[in-house]
Design a protein around this ligand. Structure first.
Ligand code: SF4
Length: 308
C-alpha cells in the first residue's frame, strides 16, 4: 500500500473552506469528543487529547471524551475503548440511552461504567419497541442510542467532535454548523484512511478485530458479503437481530394500512434469517453487493454512506 502524506492546512482546500467552523469566537465552549469505538475516532481522541494537554486547543475551555453504547458492539470493541481510555487518560464518559416508552417523551441518558455496560441487546430492544426496527431508510438506532444521549449530555455551550475523515466528505452533515458539530480529522488534521492505518500500525495495541466487525455487529449498513463474514466469525453476532425480527417487526409508528406489515432491517425487504440463509449459501448477490467501509458515527450522515 502506498502511504500518502498527510494533507496540511495550508494546501488543503477542504480545510480552508471549513476552517471557520473550528473558530468559535469569544464564546467559551466545551469540546465533547465522540469516540465511537473504531480506529478512526480512536485516533481522533488521541490527537485531541495530545493537543489539549499541549495547550493547543485554546478555542475551548474544557474537553470531554464520550462513548455512547448501543449494547450491540463486538466484545473486542469494548476492550479497545477501555484500553484507549486507560492508555491515554481520557477519563472517558460511558453513556447509555434511557428510552422512555411513553408517547412524546424523549430519550435521555445515564452514565455507566465499562464494567456495567449493556452488552446483551437490551438497549436495542428498548429502542425498537418504541420506534421500530431500523433499516437503510429509517435510522432511529443511531439517533436514539447515540446522537440524542450525547447531545443531551454535552449541553448547549459545547462543540461535538466527530470522527469523519477527509475521504468521507459526503458524510459531513449539512446541519453541522447549527448543531455545533465539528470534524477535526478534516478541518484540523487532514486525516485519511491511510493515515489512520499507518498510525495504528505503529501503536502497541489496536482494535484487534477485522473492521467488518466494527459498530453493531449485525448492522444493516454492512454489505451482505461482510455480513456473511460477520456470521462466520460467530453466528451469535446475529442473535440481537433475530430477536428484533421476532419481537419488534410490527413496533413503532406505521403508515395507515401498513400496521400489520412487518418492517425488515435488511435491503431488499430481507429478514435477518433471509440474510443468514443467503450469506451461508452460495448466493451470487452476497458476493457482488458491495463493500461498506463507513462507521456509525453519531451526527454523521449514515443514510448517505456509499457502498463502493
Ligand atoms: S451501527 Fe448500524 S445498527 Fe448500530 S446504531 Fe449504527 S446504524 Fe444502527
Amino acid at each position: 500500500m502506498v502511504l500518502l502524506p498527510t494533507l496540511q492546512p495550508a494546501n488543503n482546500p477542504v480545510q480552508i473552506r471549513y476552517r471557520e467552523n473550528f473558530k468559535v469566537g469569544s464564546r467559551t465552549m466545551k469540546l465533547s469528543v465522540s469516540f465511537s469505538g473504531g480506529s478512526t475516532s480512536g485516533y481522533m481522541a488521541y490527537l485531541l487529547k495530545r493537543d489539549w494537554e499541549a495547550g493547543e486547543l485554546t478555542e475551548y475551555d474544557s474537553i470531554e471524551f464520550v462513548f455512547a453504547n448501543t449494547g450491540a458492539e463486538h466484545p473486542k470493541t469494548y476492550e479497545f475503548v477501555e484500553r484507549c481510555n486507560q492508555e491515554w487518560g481520557l477519563d472517558l464518559v460511558y453513556l447509555e440511552a434511557v428510552i422512555d416508552p411513553r408517547p412524546r417523551k424523549g430519550t435521555t441518558y445515564k452514565v455507566v461504567t465499562h464494567d456495567t455496560l449493556c452488552r446483551d441487546g437490551r438497549l436495542f430492544y428498548e429502542m425498537a419497541a418504541k420506534y421500530g426496527v431500523p433499516n437503510n431508510t429509517f435510522g432511529p438506532c443511531t439517533r436514539e442510542l447515540k446522537t440524542v444521549p450525547m447531545d443531551k449530555y454535552r449541553g448547549k455551550d459545547a462543540m461535538t467532535a466527530i470522527g469523519i475523515r477527509c475521504d468521507e466528505l459526503d458524510r459531513i452533515s449539512s446541519r453541522y454548523r447549527e448543531n455545533n458539530w465539528t470534524y477535526p480529522l478534516i478541518f484540523k488534521y487532514g486525516v485519511r484512511k491511510v493515515d489512520v492505518y499507518a498510525w495504528w500500525d505503529k501503536q502497541p495495541f489496536n482494535l484487534g478485530i477485522n473492521q467488518l466487525l466494527g459498530n453493531c455487529t449485525f448492522c444493516f449498513h454492512k454489505s451482505f458479503h461482510k455480513l456473511g463474514d460477520v456470521y462466520k466469525e460467530n453466528p451469535a453476532n446475529f442473535d440481537i437481530a433475530l430477536n428484533l425480527d421476532k419481537h419488534y417487526s410490527l413496533a413503532g409508528a406505521r403508515k395507515l394500512g401498513q400496521e400489520n406489515t412487518p418492517r425488515q432491517m435488511y435491503r431488499g425487504y430481507r429478514t435477518t434469517q433471509d440474510v443468514i440463509d443467503m450469506v451461508t449459501g452460495d448466493s451470487e448477490l452476497s458476493k457482488r453487493d458491495g463493500n461498506c467501509s463507513g462507521s456509525c458515527e453519531p451526527h454523521g450522515e449514515q443514510m448517505e454512506l456509499s457502498y463502493d
